[in-house]
Design a binder for this molecule. Structure first.
Ligand code: TYM
Length: 332
């Protein structure tokens, strides 16, 4: 079976709706078609300062959310990145094959380092994309389901795979991003031309899956729209309305055209109420399941350590080939 791999950072107490609709919603059905590897990149998380206690808790909450969303440890390999040391080992080789200028062009690095002030930004932010390339190439993944904001990192990963293959002989699979057009970028409810992100200036535009559904419903009802009255999909002139339609459509499984037709003669209040309702229906049982997984920490740790063992089986074989090709002496 072809292989799929993806990851989500444990940098918050809850995944947000953009994470879910842009990426995680694809992960679950892909378990049936692919040999699936899903992981929590805690090594990526420390590219910005993290509180140790909080990080530990957030890794567990992340795992519980993935399980609650339907990632099944019997059908996919679910693991934590730091428990598979091969990620760091391969990332060094890839870092040494990446141009300084090439890495400097990564827009996520430019944005994040600008936010911290260039002098204070950690070097880990700069080498982040090569660690991400290692994550993917170690497993020879064909498909990587992500949101639009990861496209450039995937392109770098492809370039590095091809560069290595050309220099040392065919070793890596050149992966393809799996980006679902309609939901690849979910926007901030208060600023619907910027992507929904936990680092936005205000939390009012961000829907966290684990927040109280009443709070989230309120945020939907206060979403910024426009001065017209007509409900139709147009990202350029009606970004707020289009974002709500996207969210409702993705959560309910109904097409946007179908939704729009149903809103003829109705107002933005109806659109917001219905969107808040489908969201509430989605998050209410999810929160209960997450609590259930979190209530048995020993079981969670067991699932993750079992996942790490299975991941290492694959990762260590790829790394051994890479080290041999690069000219390192065999280990042991
Ligand atoms: P992260 O943790 O920031 O986000 C997890 C996933 O959510 C997607 N996403 C969005 N999709 C649509 N609309 C949004 N507003 C939105 N915000 C976030 C992201 O595109 C991502 O798919 N570098 C990665 C983690 C990573 C990884 C990997 C992913 C590390 N190694 C290997 C794939 C393969 C990241 O920071 O995602």
């Amino acid at each position: 079976r072809p292989r799929v791999l993806s990851g989500i950072q444990p940098t918050s107490d809850s995944f947000h709706l953009g994470n879910f609709l842009g990426a995680l919603q694809q992960w679950v059905p892909m378990q049936d078609e692919f040999d699936a590897y899903y992981f929590i990149p805690d090594l990526h998380a420390i590219t910005v300062p993290q509180n140790p206690k909080e990080l530990r808790k957030r890794v567990l909450v992340s795992a519980a959310q993935l399980l609650a969303l339907g990632i099944d440890p019997d059908r996919s390999v679910l693991f934590v990145q730091s428990q598979v040391p091969e990620h760091v080992e391969l990332s060094w080789v890839l870092t040494c094959m990446t141009g300084f200028g090439e890495a400097s062009r990564m827009t996520q690095f430019k944005d994040k380092s600008a936010k911290q002030g260039a002098e204070h930004a950690g070097v880990g932010l700069f080498t982040y994309p090569m660690l991400m390339a290692a994550d993917i190439l170690l497993y020879r993944a064909q498909k990587v389901p992500v949101g639009e904001d990861q496209r450039q990192h995937l392109e770098l990963t492809r370039d590095l795979a091809q560069r290595f293959n050309k220099r040392y002989g065919k070793t890596f699979v050149v992966p393809e991003p799996h980006i679902v057009k309609g939901t690849a970028k979910i926007y901030d409810l208060q600023d619907p031309t910027s992507k929904m992100s936990k680092s936005a200036d205000t939390a009012a535009g961000l829907i966290n899956l684990l927040d109280d559904p009443k709070v989230s419903a309120k945020k939907i009802k206060s979403a910024v729209t426009d001065n017209e009255r007509e409900i139709r999909f147009d990202r350029d002139t009606k970004p707020g309305v289009s974002n709500l339609l996207t969210i409702q459509s993705a959560l309910s499984g109904r097409d946007i055209d179908d939704l729009v037709a149903g809103y003829e003669g109705k107002g933005y209040g109806d659109l917001k109420n219905d969107t808040a309702e489908v969201l509430t229906e989605f998050v209410t049982p999810l929160r209960a399941k997450v609590d259930e997984y979190l209530s048995d920490e020993a079981e969670l740790l067991r699932i993750l350590s079992n996942g790490a063992d299975r991941a290492r089986d694959v990762a260590s074989r790829t790394l051994a080939q890479v080290y041999d090709k690069v000219g390192f002496l065999p280990r042991k």
